[in-house]
Structures are given as C-alpha cells and as structure tokens.
Design a protein around this ligand. Structure first.
Ligand code: SAM
Length: 307
C-alpha cells in the first residue's frame, strides 16, 4: 500500500546515549568497525549521517534493522524516532537542574533528559502503570541514567505546589497518553490533521475528547510547580483537539501564572495549525509522511522574565 511504502522510505533513526558514548565516538565506531564479522556494519557505517536538527540523532537507511547491533545491545544507541527526540531537546534542561517527567514510562524521553543533563541533577519520573514503570527503571539502569528517580503515581494527585520534593523543579516534560494517531501510519496521515478527527467514527471522537481533557489537566497541574521555568507538552497525535486545542484551552491559565509560549526549533518549517490557537507559529508539528518520522506535536511554555 501507499502507507507502508511511505514507512519503508523513512530513514531509520537512533539516538546516541551520550551518558555512555559521545556522538563523535559513535560515528567513529560505526564508520570503522573492526573484524570480518562486521562486514554488514561496515556497509552501515558508510551510510550513517547525523541529523541536522538534533545533534545526538543518527540517521540510517530506511528499513535498516538495528535490533542486534552491538551499540544497541549495550545501550549506547537507543532506537527512537527523530520526532520523539524533539521534546527533551525542546525543554533545554541544564546539568544540575531538577526536572520532572509527568507521564514517563517506558522512559525514552526520561533517559534522554538525563543524557542532556549529563547525568547531573535530578529527573523525577512518574507513571501510574506499575508494569510500564518497571520498564522505565530497567531502561534507566541499562542507559546509566543514575539521576532518574522513578515512582508509581497518578501525576494528577501529586502535591506539586506544596511538597519540598518539587520545590526546585525547573523543567517539566508532559507527554501524556494520547490517541497515538501519529505513530500508526494509517489513512489519517494522508488527511489534513484538521480533517482527521471528522473522518473518525463517533466513538473515536469521544475517546479523543476524553484524552484531550486529561491532557489539559496534566498540563495545568504541572504549571503549578512553584519554581517551574519551562514546560514541554508533546503528543504523538495528529488530532488538532489533542494538540493546538489543548494549548488553547490551558493558555489563559498559563498566562495568569506568568507563562507564555516559547518558539522552539525556529528553523523547523512545520508549525501548529493556526485555526484554533493564537501563536500557532510557535508550536511544532511533524508530519508522518512529509518529514520522514512519526506524526508529532509539541508546545513549550516558558515563564516570562520578571519585569
Ligand atoms: N514519555 C514516554 C516515553 O517517551 O517513553 C511515553 C509516555 S506515554 C505517551 C503516556 C504514559 O502516561 C503511559 O505510560 C501511561 O501509563 C501514563 N499515564 C496515564 N495516565 C497517567 C496519570 N494519571 N499519571 C501518571 N501517568 C499516567
């Protein structure tokens, strides 16, 4: 089908786990493999490139199978789509910060945050699903991300505004449950995002509405962190209701609390849909077919400088 053909044409991406290996080391390793058993790897090494936007993301030819690659097995390379590597970069977490990951499991973005912070500071990770949290802990151990503290919790119930545990949290990543419509290459990806919801059955519309209300609640709760500087909201959905409309719904309260929309990745051409929110040009979208990665959305809320 046209859909699977599009998936086949996507470059395969992987993130270098910079807690274990620098990007330069990974490129050298990939380009100069040793020994005859690595003949296939040598072919691969000739074709690997560094992503232009995200320096820790490497791109391989479409349909490359990296699962058994030695650098994947030892967690120096993480199999992760380019789009899902954008939120951690957009947060710009600094080494030494306290950062919170609200809906964190299985933790690909959590371990990415730890890597960007060079393992310095604290990443507080929460998920309400104990099985998924176990996977996050295993991921943190495998990647050497010792600065992650993970715990099972309903994020909406955490006393963010009052508990000393959260007093110094400066960055928050909010990547809550979503419809996932950007990652399943479906008929929807070929529709304009604004039209996709209209083409869904009514039960799907109800589900999206419920998800969107939950997403709004998670963002609003995270904005109550007293020392918060920057919040990233992301989904792997193409639906406007889960994306721009969530931003529009929380923006009045965010402004009251002193936040404004920042404009991450200024050179990235695909921005939010203008129809439902003021400042859509500050929002980021990726398109599952056009951009060679998953369909994704992100928004960054930043606390305004005191005037
Ligand atoms: N950020 C993750 C990553 O990059 O690996 C993926 C997160 S996934 C999109 C959403 C997660 O939110 C699920 O693991 C789900 O269990 C969790 N979740 C849903 N409701 C929650 C709640 N009320 N509190 C905390 N976590 C929740």
């Amino acid at each position: 089908s046209a859909q699977s053909a599009a998936a086949q044409r996507r470059p395969r991406s992987a993130r270098v786990n910079t807690l274990k290996m620098s990007v330069a080391e990974a490129l050298t390793w990939l380009r100069t493999p040793k020994g005859k058993q690595h003949l296939k790897l040598a072919e691969l090494g000739a074709q690997v490139t560094q992503d232009e936007l995200l320096p820790d993301v490497l791109l391989f030819p479409p349909a490359t199978d990296l699962h058994d690659h030695p650098l994947v097995k030892n967690s120096c390379l993480i199999l992760q789509s380019k789009a899902s590597c954008m939120p951690a970069h957009a947060l710009e977490p600094q080494p030494g910060w306290d950062v919170l990951d609200a809906c964190a499991a299985p933790g690909n973005k959590t371990t990415h945050l730890a890597a960007l912070m060079e393992g310095k500071g604290r990443v507080l990770a929460f998920d309400k699903d104990p099985k998924r949290l176990k996977r996050l802990k295993a991921n943190a151990a495998a990647t050497g991300a010792d600065c992650i503290t993970a715990r099972v919790a309903d994020f909406l119930q955490l006393p963010l505004a009052t508990s000393p545990e959260f007093r110094n949290v400066r960055g928050a990543l909010v990547d809550p449950s979503c419809s996932g419509s950007g990652t399943t290459l479906s008929r929807m990806d070929f529709l304009l995002p604004s039209h996709a919801a209209q083409h869904s059955p009514r039960s799907e519309g109800d589900r999206i509405e419920r998800l969107a209300r939950f997403q709004e609640a998670v963002v609003l709760h995270a904005l109550t962190l007293p020392a918060l500087q920057r919040l990233v909201y992301s989904t792997c959905s193409v639906h406007e209701r889960e994306n721009e409309a969530v931003v529009a719904a929380v923006l009045p309260r965010a402004r009251e609390l002193g936040f404004e929309l920042a404009a991450p990745f200024p050179g990235w051409p695909r921005r939010g849909l203008a129809s439902s929110v003021e400042g859509a040009e500050r929002l980021v979208r990726t398109h599952a077919v056009e951009d060679g990665t998953d369909g994704f959305f992100l928004a960054v809320f930043q606390r305004k400088a005191e005037s």
